[in-house]
Design a protein around this ligand. Structure first.
Ligand SMILES: NC(=O)c1ccc[n+]([C@@H]2O[C@H](COP(=O)([O-])OP(=O)(O)OC[C@H]3O[C@@H](n4cnc5c(N)ncnc54)[C@H](O)[C@@H]3O)[C@@H](O)[C@H]2O)c1
Length: 357
């Protein structure tokens, strides 16, 4: 006997300034609705969800808004009970659709709701932070934190389509925007010389939130991510390259208790990974240009004052520790990530330099 399951999933990704206004059109094209629940948070609701609800209703959709409190601390399992109760009250059934309109937190919660509501209903990701637009909207990782552990409960659940409207970034607070730029630098380093040079040329335009620079940057980041996850949809070796800068980054984030955003911690993690990579042959000029770029984006390139021993302890316990061996992503050349089980010589001295007061 053979059980044959659908092997391939594909979905469109629309990246266009002003695309949010076309949401009803894209939903119709994909045959979704008429019942639509816009899941958003308290900040994004007045900025974008209310207008979207109006557009949807005018186009004949039966649209409602489910507003979540904003922030990572609400991305926890108990919130799901409230979400499911509201979905029931609103009468969402298997033919309905959830639109995740917000940052990565909204995307993860709304995505998990779509994955589990009546064993899975249609999902559309409409990311509104730079991090969500260049990274989390694509790939299908959804879920919530539990018992203090990130994304302990979740699923892989792909959206029916992704709609990225960079004009929503105009209202994004500066610190959140810069956090997203750290992920952009990471992806450019992974993408190779052409992408890296593009970001260097577009740095000022990106700081000014120039729409054509943003559209092209988002397109390049998502193209890179799509290539990684198509090889590896459920998070094994291929997808690990995306963790460049994240092993130390996660440890800094955990140790500094809120003093560093995720993007800021990744920025320091990138500098560390590149300094180690220089020992494997990465040209010094790439390290230099990366530090200049991160500083231009207002991101930290060191984390002075953090406790070195506790940091080491934390990063060897990172989730990339497989069978007791830490998997570091290093970059012996632009565009050529390499997984390492052992760090090059001098790793402790370099770490000490990054955290010395
Ligand atoms: N699923 C994945 O593949 C994946 C990948 C990376 C990160 N993540 C998750 O993403 C989350 C972080 O996402 P984030 O950085 O987008 O944070 P976030 O969702 O908390 O958004 C940051 C802040 O910006 C506000 N906001 C969002 N869009 C706005 C806009 N256009 N204008 C004004 N304010 C706006 C939000 O209300 C919030 O206060 C984490 O939970 C992380 O685990 C998921």
């Amino acid at each position: 006997m053979t059980v044959i399951l659908k092997q391939h999933t594909q979905y469109p990704v629309i990246i266009e300034a002003g695309a949010l206004e076309q949401l009803p059109l894209y939903l119709k094209r994909q045959g979704l609705g008429p019942k639509v629940m816009l899941v958003t948070d308290e900040n994004v609701n007045p900025l974008y969800a209310q207008a979207s609800e109006k557009h949807l209703q005018e186009a004949g959709f039966d649209a409602d808004i489910l507003e979540l409190p904003a922030g990572e601390r609400y991305k926890v399992y108990p919130i799901m009970g409230r979400v499911y109760s509201i979905l029931k009250l609103a009468g969402l059934d298997r033919s309905s659709c959830i639109v995740a309109l917000g940052g990565g937190v909204v995307g993860d919660i709304a995505g998990f709701a779509a994955a589990t509501w009546q064993r899975g209903i249609a999902l559309v990701q409409v990311p509104t932070t730079l991090l969500a637009q260049v990274d989390s909207c694509l790939g299908g990782k959804v879920g919530v934190n539990h018992l203090g552990l990130k994304n302990l409960i979740g699923a892989f659940y792909q959206p029916n389509f992704v709609l990225v409207d960079p004009t929503t970034l105009i209202t994004l607070p500066d610190r959140d925007y810069r956090a997203g730029l750290a992920e952009v630098v990471k992806t450019a380093l992974l993408g190779g010389l052409d992408f890296f040079e593009f970001i260097k040329r577009q740095a000022v335009a990106l700081l000014e939130k120039d729409m054509s620079a943003l559209e092209e940057t988002i397109r390049r980041c998502l193209t890179y991510k799509a290539a990684c996850i198509s090889k590896d949809p459920e998070d094994q070796a291929g997808r690990q390259a995306l963790n460049l800068g994240h092993t130390l980054g996660h440890a800094i984030e955990a140790l500094a208790g809120g003093a560093y955003t995720h993007g800021e911690a990744v920025s320091v993690g990138l500098v560390y990974a590149l300094r180690l990579s220089v020992q494997l042959g990465l040209p010094q000029s790439v390290l230099h240009d990366t530090i200049t770029l991160l500083q231009q984006f207002g991101l930290p390139t060191a984390a002075p004052g953090l406790d070195m021993e506790r940091l080491q302890d934390l990063f060897t316990r990172d989730k990339k520790v497989r069978q007791g061996v830490a998997r570091w992503v290093l970059l012996p050349a632009l565009g050529r990530p390499q997984l390492q089980t052992e760090l090059p010589k001098g790793w402790q001295n370099i770490l000490a330099e990054l955290v010395e007061p």
